[in-house]
Structures are given as C-alpha cells and as structure tokens.
Unconditional design. Structure first.
Length: 318
C-alpha cells in the first residue's frame, strides 16, 4: 500500500470518529477512541427524610402516599420505615412481610432480601414494632444499616425515609444522610412548636441545609398560609434560615380513617377526595413536576357512599 493510500485511510478514520452525541469531531491521529467515552456513572437516588417534631401529625400516612404519587411520575421509589421500634407502614400498606429491618440489623438478611412490593408499585423496607433495641441502636449498628441502604441508591430514583417523631439519634442520623428533609406538622400549637424545635436542632447541628414544611389537616388555604407564616418567620428571625413551603393537605378525617382501616392508601383508593387531591399537589411541588389540571373533588356524599360500598365489599366472603 502506497503512502498516499495510508494517508487517505488515516484521514478518513480521523474525520469519522464520533463523539458520544453522534457529532463528527476532528481528532489528532493518535487520539484513542476510548477517550471519547466518559466513564459511566450510575445516577444515585434522591434521599428524602420525612420527619416531625410531634407524633400523630400524619407523617407516615404522608410518606406512603408521597411514594405512590412519585411512582405515578415514573420514578422508582423505595420507602424505608425508619420508625425502627414502632413501625406501621406495612399496616397502612396492607402487606404482611415475612422479614423486616430487625433481620437486617441482626445480620440474618441483607437489606435487599427484606424489600417487599407495596401498593401503587412502591417498594418497602418494613420496620419492626415493639422491639426496644431497634429504637436504641448503637452507633455501629446504625452505621451498618446506613451503609447497606447506600448500596440501593443506584436501584431507585427516590428513597423516602419515614423517620420516627422527635429528635432521637436515629432521627438525626437519617436526617443527616438525606438530600433534603420534609417536616410534617399541623395547625395544632404543640405540633407547630415541636416542628420548630426539630428545625432548630437541625440548624444548630448543621444536619441538613434543605428543609421544607408540609402543613397537614388544614381547614382552609388561609389557615395554611397563617400557620406557615408563623413557622417561617420564627425560623428566619431566630435561626436565620428561610424554610421552603411544599404546601398543605386538607383535613378529611373520614377518608383518612377509611384509608387506615381498609389498609388502602389514599392515593390508590381515594385520589379524588380533598385530601387525595391536595396530597397529589404537594407531591408534584416536592418533585418539581408540573401538575396537569387538578381534578375536582367528588361530591362529598357520593364519595362517602362509595367508601361505604367498598368497605361492605371488602367484608363480604369471597
């Protein structure tokens, strides 16, 4: 082969080397083809810890429905029931797991082996209930659990951690590993006071710099705005921190009761109720996804009648 032919083939090779976007690029003759391909980096899941200063504010109910709404946005979602000693996500989800997080802590199972599928396509790591040692994990066991959880980060788009109420060591650890924290509170003065307290602890320890608030059980938009204004102004004045508002969830005691008793999450069974619609709106706000026109709440009496029929059907023998 003559020198002219060699030079021609070399020129063609240079001209038709492609970059990763499919665009022709001119490279020096000695540039290896591999240099065009960047190392593949798996995207890690966003970790969101759901916390509250006070128990009984609807934190767990919010966590499970947030997860279901995220799946509806085409996200792969894992929920960790991190109320380690008093877990109840599996109850609300209507599942009966053979294994739970206690098996992971004791080394009997890996964290992947205890994952179960829940309603709406979510995956769940069930917690355990009534186990004292889980609510008082040693630093080493807590760290081992976190390390196992980190192995799942490339398997999901979102990992939602439903922590226990308060400011225990377990809670603060799960807050510290989160990309952001959502504090759930209600208009109740004690709930609001405790929500501020946990935010204060977080800021003093620099546990997390991304904190948002959801106001649950509000009777009106004006009430929600007034409640949020109180906690926002307190945080800005005394903690020099500007909270993010993720919105509000309307009070609907009967729907919530039916959801818990039937073990069917609101976002699956009662999405067109007031509480269901506002849960969806809050979820879209949290994930920054534009929501299509929100559906109108169904007629209250019709909705209650439908729930009654569902309850009767569920009790009928197969």
């Amino acid at each position: 082969m003559g020198k002219a032919q060699i030079h021609f083939k070399k020129t063609l090779l240079i001209a038709f080397k492609m970059d990763i976007l499919g665009t022709m690029v001119l490279l020096p003759p000695d540039t290896p083809s591999d240099s065009l391909t960047p190392p593949v980096q798996s995207k890690k899941a966003e970790i969101i810890t759901i916390a509250s200063g006070k128990g009984g504010v609807g934190k767990t109910l919010f966590s499970i429905n947030l997860a279901i709404e995220a799946v509806a946005m085409n996200k792969r979602v894992l929920v960790l029931d991190a109320d380690l000693g008093l877990a109840n996500i599996h109850i609300m989800a209507g599942i009966y797991p053979e294994h739970d997080i206690m098996d992971v802590v004791e080394g009997k199972k890996t964290i992947k082996e205890v994952i179960v599928e829940g309603p709406g396509g979510i995956h769940i790591i069930p917690g355990a209930s009534g186990i004292f040692q889980l609510s008082n994990l040693s630093h080493q066991k807590r760290q081992n659990l976190i390390e196992q959880l980190s192995q799942l980060e490339t398997d999901y788009d979102v990992i939602i951690i439903d922590s226990e109420a308060g400011i225990s060591h377990n809670v603060m650890k799960f807050i510290s590993i989160a990309d952001r924290v959502v504090i759930v509170t209600t208009p109740d003065l004690t709930a609001l006071s405790d929500a501020y307290a946990i935010i204060k602890v977080m800021r003093s320890r620099r546990s997390n710099d991304y904190i948002g608030v959801v106001i649950n059980r509000v009777r009106s938009l004006s009430e929600a705005e007034a409640v949020y204004k109180k906690i926002y102004m307190a945080a800005e004045k005394f903690l020099n921190y500007k909270l993010t508002s993720y919105g509000q969830i309307f009070e609907d005691a009967l729907t919530v009761k039916e959801s818990i008793q039937s073990r069917r999450p609101i976002s699956v069974q009662y999405p067109k109720t007031k509480v269901g619609i506002t849960l969806k709106t809050v979820a879209h706000t949290i994930f920054g996804v534009e929501q299509k026109r929100a559906p109108e709440p169904t007629n209250v009496l019709f909705n209650r009648f439908s729930m009654l029929l569902e309850t009767i059907r569920a009790k009928e023998p197969a």
